[in-house]
Write a protein that binds this ligand. Structure first.
Ligand code: NAD
Length: 562
């Protein structure tokens, strides 16, 4: 993102101010970054009645002083991420066209009308050559639907997390919003709407345009990693299939979500005590997240020690959508989008289930995963039945935001007498165990554990593509990062405050996977010959790799440059 040259922090010493002819332009006090962070926190607190004001304030800090902004984010991760990303970013996107102020470019807007001139428009980007871009078409922003170009808040917010959690240099990040119109009448009729006022094009035109964008980006920046974000389900799967082997890209809604849930699931499997092959997994919701997670879990069932064949593993999965269990003989089976077809049940004999409880009776699941956005769907009866069927039921209500969560942690603990193995999409407070009175902490399947490290590792390795093996190893690596205390407490995920340390380790394992797949091209990495030599020498090389990764991670600090 852009650094403005007109912003002067208060960290300059008097001597530096003299040299740079800044004396008189900055208030006289010379301050440390820490003190400036304290001022920001004070201001954020004073704006607590208006999350949108907090967002706007932080957005200004981000564009004016990236060192201050990232010092603030990294030292106060949970609080600040809730403003610059979910949940407040949702509000900021809804209001984007109304709160927009003419400022430095927030990112690149690529419009359908520019299709013939994409090279020129892309070359207008005034920032440094980017390493990573997050790209959306605004068609399915969070759970808020089609917001058109108002979705720009998402690439901006997500890239802040790539920097804070992963270590990308902020000046080498690029938010992109594809302006393909919107089907949302509210925006089409809003005089302030900042995008093209037309309906979205048909599929062929959509793909023709995105093909042209991907080709133009590659011409301009051949090593740029493109992360697709918040496209409608069909296009999320369609673009992933179309570009995964041709371009350096991945889709966080599908692959990142799949990986983070797999990681928590691996730890839940260990704690459940049930052998791998005896698990039966019921998905409530079969959209991009549901199918993405199911695919990633299936990968684990085939890769893990003593794993299954693909056909055997498939038999352990049942997916439910709004019309029932996804089967090969449902009346609408011919109209299933292709991603759903991966998980067709062939054994229902034309029968269907009416309710989730009936599905539970039919499947007898060991794990129930919610990705439906149907708030409260895992009610008392559902949770009680899961508790009756399993000593340690795995229940992951992953839908966001809070109102869409299939159940709360409180209810899951209550109806399973504290035996539940739980992870959610939204953060829930801890609960007292009904018997032992110990405080139980819920897991949160936050994609932020995965995408910054996956992206950073892939980008540092200058991989030619992001392979399934890299995504899978990133998930497995995360599952191994619990420290002693977290393991003793039965956590499924490490504490989010440790994200930086964890991201380095995950990035290392992503790079190792890239080397195993033969897609890493960065000479430092390839020259290490990471896969050769004795165990001891490979470990030494992996340690050198980690050191190199940490050295390359951006850290906010005050540096005076003449
Ligand atoms: P989507 O719209 O593509 O899919 C929703 C699915 O739920 C569809 O298959 C739909 O048929 C099904 N569904 C809707 N109503 C239903 C009902 N009454 N009964 C059964 N099934 C029903 O959405 P998505 O992108 O797959 O996201 C789903 C949810 O997952 C969202 O709430 C999103 O916030 C959440 N999510 C969480 C994470 C995370 O925790 N890390 C990551 C990504 C998405």
């Amino acid at each position: 993102m852009l650094e403005t040259t007109r912003c002067f922090g208060t960290a300059f010493t008097q001597a530096e101010r003299c040299k740079k002819r800044l004396t008189g332009l900055i208030p006289p006090a010379v301050e440390s970054l820490d003190l400036q962070v304290q001022r920001c926190l004070h201001r954020i607190d004073s704006l607590k009645q208006s999350p949108l004001e907090q967002y706007a304030y932080l957005d200004r800090i981000r564009t004016e002083s990236s060192n201050l902004f990232y010092k603030l984010v990294m030292g106060n991760l949970k609080q600040i991420v809730s403003i610059i990303y979910t949940p407040t970013v949702g509000l900021a996107c809804q209001e984007f066209s109304r709160i927009y102020t003419p400022a430095s470019a927030p990112g690149l807007f690529l419009s359908l009308a520019d299709q013939e001139n994409l090279d020129l428009v892309i070359s207008n980007w005034p920032g440094a050559d980017p390493d990573i871009c997050v790209m959306t078409d605004g068609s399915r922003i969070l759970g808020l639907g089609d917001l058109g170009v108002n979705g720009m808040g998402i690439p901006i917010g997500k890239l802040s997390l790539y920097v804070a959690a992963g270590g990308f240099n902020p000046s080498k990040t690029l938010p992109i919003t594809l302006d393909l119109g919107t089907n949302n009448p509210k925006h089409l009729n809003d005089p302030f709407y900042l995008g093209t006022r037309s309906h979205r094009p048909r599929d062929s035109q959509f793909y023709e345009f995105v093909d042209a964008v991907m080709a133009a980006l590659k011409r301009r920046w051949p090593k740029l990693l493109v992360q697709f974000e918040d496209f409608s389900s069909e296009h999320a799967f369609g673009t992933l299939e179309r570009y995964r082997n041709k371009y350096f890209m991945f889709n966080d809604d599908i692959q990142g979500t799949g990986a983070v849930i797999l990681s928590g699931f691996i730890n839940a499997l260990k704690l459940s005590g049930t052998p791998l092959k005896q698990h039966r997994i019921l998905f409530f919701g079969a959209g991009s997240a549901g199918v993405g997670v199911a695919s990633q879990l299936m990968d684990h069932f085939t890769h893990a020690e003593g794993g299954l064949t693909k056909a055997q593993a498939k038999k352990l999965f049942w997916l439910i959508d709004s019309k029932g269990i996804v089967t090969s003989d449902r009346s609408d089976a011919s109209r299933y989008p292709s991603h759903k077809k991966l998980f067709l049940r062939e054994d229902m004999g034309g029968k269907q289930v009416g309710t989730l409880l009936e599905a539970i009776e039919h499947v007898k699941p060991t794990a129930l995963i919610g990705l439906s956005s149907v708030g409260g769907a895992f009610d008392a009866a559902v949770l009680t039945r899961m508790g009756e069927l399993n000593q340690a039921p795995i229940v992951f209500p992953l839908s966001n935001p809070l109102t869409n969560a299939e159940c709360t942690f409180e209810d899951a603990v209550k109806h399973t007498q504290g035996r539940v193995l739980f992870a959610s999409g939204t953060a829930f407070p801890g609960q007292e165990h009904p018997v032992t009175k110990q405080i139980l902490e819920p897991g949160q399947g936050n994609n932020m554990y995965i995408f910054p490290a996956l992206g950073f590792g892939a980008s540092l390795a200058k991989a030619t593509k992001v392979t399934d093996h890299m995504v899978y190893q990133c998930a497995v690596s995360l599952s191994k990062q619990l420290n002693e205390e977290e393991t003793a407490l039965g956590f499924l995920y490490p504490r989010i405050e440790r994200i930086r340390e964890i991201s380095g380790l995950l990035a290392r394992d992503v790079i190792l996977a890239a080397v195993e797949e033969g897609v890493a091209t960065e000479p430092f990495v390839t020259n290490l010959n990471l896969l050769e030599g004795s165990n001891e020498s490979r470990q030494k090389k992996a340690a050198a790799l980690l050191q190199w990764i940490e050295h390359n991670m951006y850290t906010p600090s005050y540096q005076f440059k003449l």
